[in-house]
Write a protein of this length. Structure first.
Length: 410
């Protein structure tokens, strides 16, 4: 199986897909899957731009809306995680994961899926110690505080990933695992990024939660982005002989190393994205303590034994299959011929995505993502594309100042 890995997308889907197609012709190969390590920027329309936390000069529509509307179709199956530059209102609709556009799958705040016989896990967002143990209390419309905290990693999602016992082949995180620079040529890194040296020396560069997951899961491959540079490392997990090949990639810009194609042993194709039985069982098991306020989850009330949930999920998947539910639009797509996207959905609504509703019905779980009376997609938007199948801010010492990096490098 040939997999293309891309760093920060920043909405440049057209350029990334064209680059892959160029490499396919140049090397006479066929890429089976594209993985994106965050800052995907799945912006459907101008209202989504309101939930994107970037400096005003970087608020561009880019090209995702064409794939969302059906004007373009992703030529390669694509799986992505979220970063710190996302349309957070749309990502919240797909908290459990789902199709952000046809052939483009979001792993959710945390998730595991199968592609062929390859298991792919991921953790969206970036680490911030102040918000790590809080619940998911942010809802659109976001204020100056919540537009930043909404993409911060939460202990609840990490705890679910820590329950995974079956081998993970590939794991994605946006920011790097804490301490990963000790396993690579960090001296060369700081020659390219000198402002990283202070944090590397202090042992504060990276995501503490991701480091815990790396130690627990020990995947053969781990890919990240966020810091806008290419960096490789080899993690030796000790006496068991397991090793993790780590690779971080740059953002999509000319003359930058934002893309890598690798070959992984797998069963023969055809390949398709499917739900993972163990992950669905973990989701069902821990949904009862899903923290939806600032209060953190009470993990003491949930035992780690998920065998009963595994049997339940297995029977469900045997009955309907493991293919994810169909993509459906929940908001109008950007229209370049109009100054503003039109439609009845407002930026302050917490929409129910039909995929999420169907996913929760499959697991026989309640819908918990909204507050008060829900606005369903059917009521909010009545114009599906004919090609679509329906069915106050504070300083943050935990984060790399990525916006400042953007301004100097661009």
């Amino acid at each position: 199986m040939k997999i293309a890995v891309e760093g920060c997308m920043h909405g440049d889907l057209d350029i990334v897909y064209q680059t892959i197609q160029h490499l396919e012709k140049l090397q006479d190969i066929k890429v089976d899957l594209l993985l994106c390590c965050g800052d995907f920027q799945a912006i459907r329309n101008e209202r989504d731009m309101q939930s994107l936390n970037v400096p005003h000069k970087f608020k561009e529509m880019k090209s995702f809306w064409k794939y969302y509307s059906g004007q373009e179709v992703a030529p390669i199956p694509t799986i992505f995680i979220g970063g710190n530059h996302e349309a957070s209102n749309y990502m919240w609709e797909l908290y459990y994961g789902g199709w952000a556009a046809p052939n483009i799958f979001f792993l959710g705040c945390a998730g595991v899926v199968k592609f062929g016989n390859i298991r792919i896990g991921g953790l969206s967002g970036i680490y911030n110690a102040r918000h790590y143990r809080q619940g998911h209390d942010e809802r659109p419309p976001y204020n100056q505080d919540t537009i930043r905290s909404v993409y911060h990693v939460r202990e609840y999602d990490v705890h679910k990933l820590m329950q995974v016992t079956e081998p993970i082949d590939i794991f994605l995180s946006h920011d790097w695992p804490l301490g990963i620079t000790d396993c690579g040529n960090w001296q060369q890194l700081v020659r390219f990024k000198p402002h990283f040296e202070e944090e590397i020396q202090a042992g504060t560069l990276g995501n503490r939660a991701a480091a815990e997951l790396l130690e627990k899961l020990k995947p053969p491959y781990w890919f990240s982005a966020h810091l806008h540079c290419k960096f490789a490392a080899l993690v030796d997990h000790g006496k068991d002989g397991q090793k993790t090949k780590f690779l971080a990639l740059d953002k999509c810009l000319p003359q930058r190393r934002f893309l890598q194609i690798l070959e992984i042993e797998s069963d023969s194709g055809p390949f398709e994205i499917q739900y993972d039985e163990e992950w669905l069982a973990i989701t069902r098991k821990f949904n009862s303590i899903f923290p939806l306020t600032k209060a953190n989850a009470n993990f003491r009330d949930t035992t780690p034994d998920i065998q009963e949930c595994r049997e339940f999920v297995r029977s469900k998947l045997e009955a309907r299959g493991a293919k994810p539910f169909e993509f459906a639009q929940t908001a109008p797509a950007f229209d370049p011929n109009q100054s503003q996207s039109m439609g009845s959905s407002r930026g302050d609504e917490c929409l129910r995505n039909p995929q999420t509703e169907s996913f929760l019905q499959l697991l026989e779980l309640p819908y918990l993502l909204d507050q008060g009376t829900a606005v369903t997609a059917a009521n909010a938007y009545h114009r599906p594309s004919p090609s679509i199948q329906r069915g106050p801010c504070v300083d943050n010492t935990e984060e790399i100042p990525i916006d400042d990096i953007d301004e100097t490098e661009d």
